[in-house]
Ligand binder design. Structure first.
Ligand SMILES: [Zn+2]
Length: 344
């Protein structure tokens, strides 16, 4: 079968290769891949800028929808031909305290598709049956492929943050996850929704307006802190979601968050901070991380997608054949499109 393989850490070490169709175990399912989303992490691996360990060579892609092509002998609840999406914790220990808590997404020993084990930028992918969810009939495979990033955003905004209807929310970083966080904040009843970017994000900030942001800032180098001081009673935003990850965005979050407010950090940044966390103390802010997602989040997001309550149209800008992966990767990296989906 054809597969998009990341074969080394050196920048640009990605190419289409002919590899064997995966062998499945008795608790696995073989999926024929219909659609696979391009994630920022795929781009990082393409550019050799990943800060996580990769099992080279590995097939990229962890946001996917497929059709069940073959079932292991101990798989129940799925049949050949079923349309499914898959969670990302492809490999887990047999048992652990976190798994028993349903927090397998936080299990340190977990390995995910696209870096730890072969992912879905290929004609077929092998997935454990425990990762699978049925795709509701109203949902296309292209949109279903975006269930995973929607789950990242839902977990950050609706599980690991608390929004009371009417509260003000700021999202820093209008990449795919930041924009989907904006959509979730809207669903959760956010009052004023502010999305913050940089001059390179002009196109993505325009998308944020389509998603329902009340204000977007940063395309013209505006003074964000000054704007927030002039907003409402001037104390700041009830919730700030850091979907950018660089140290400067956490510094900005601490500056614009309201005393006793919350900051949820879903963006990664390997650099040390380089500034004082004293505002966290002085403002008595709750700072929380959010990583990945688990089973109930997937069911809730699929229910929202099936009901048409998450508008993916402004985010899903391009569907291309897998063979045109390079153009799609580059368009997404350049910010010309928010999210591309590939079809093997
Ligand atoms: Zn991703």
């Amino acid at each position: 079968m054809i597969a998009l393989v990341n074969y080394a850490k050196d920048p640009g070490s990605v190419e289409l290769r002919e590899i064997p169709v995966p062998q499945i175990g008795e608790e696995d399912v073989l999926l024929r891949v219909d659609a696979v989303g391009i994630c920022g992490s795929d781009l990082h691996q393409f550019h050799g800028k990943n800060s996580w360990r990769v099992n080279y060579p590995v097939v990229l892609g962890h946001e996917f929808a497929g059709v069940v092509a073959r079932l292991g002998s101990r798989v129940y609840g799925f049949r050949e031909g079923d349309r499914v999406v898959s969670e990302t914790a492809a490999v887990l220990p047999r048992d652990s305290a976190l798994i028993r808590q349903g927090l397998y997404n936080l299990e340190p020993g977990r390995l995910g598709f696209g870096y730890g084990v072969d992912g879905a930028m290929a004609a077929f992918v092998k997935a454990p049956a425990r990762c699978l969810h049925h795709v509701p009939s109203a949902l296309s495979q292209e949109k279903a492929a975006l269930t995973e990033p929607c789950c990242v955003a839902y977990n950050a905004v609706c599980v690991n943050s608390h929004i009371r209807p009417g509260q003000s929310v700021a999202i820093i970083g209008p990449g795919p996850i930041g924009l989907l966080c904006a959509a979730m904040a809207k669903l959760a009843g956010a009052g004023h929704l502010l999305v913050i970017g940089a001059p390179v994000d002009a196109k993505r900030l325009a998308v944020a307006l389509q998603i329902g942001a009340d204000t977007v800032l940063g395309a013209d180098g505006e003074d964000i802190s000054a704007w927030v001081k002039g907003f409402g009673d001037g104390y700041g935003m009830d919730l700030v979601i850091d979907a950018a990850g660089v140290s400067a965005s956490l510094k900005l979050a601490l500056d614009i968050v309201r005393p006793a407010g919350q900051i949820t950090k879903v963006g990664w940044g390997p650099q040390p901070l380089g500034f004082s966390l004293d505002p966290l103390v002085q403002k008595a802010v709750t700072l929380r991380g959010s990583f990945s997602h688990n089973w109930p989040v997937w069911e809730e997001v699929l229910s929202l997608l099936a009901a048409g309550k998450i508008n993916l149209a402004p985010v899903l800008n391009q569907v291309s054949p897998l063979t045109e992966w390079r153009q799609a990767f580059e368009a997404m990296h350049a910010g010309e499109i928010v999210k591309g989906v590939l079809k093997p």
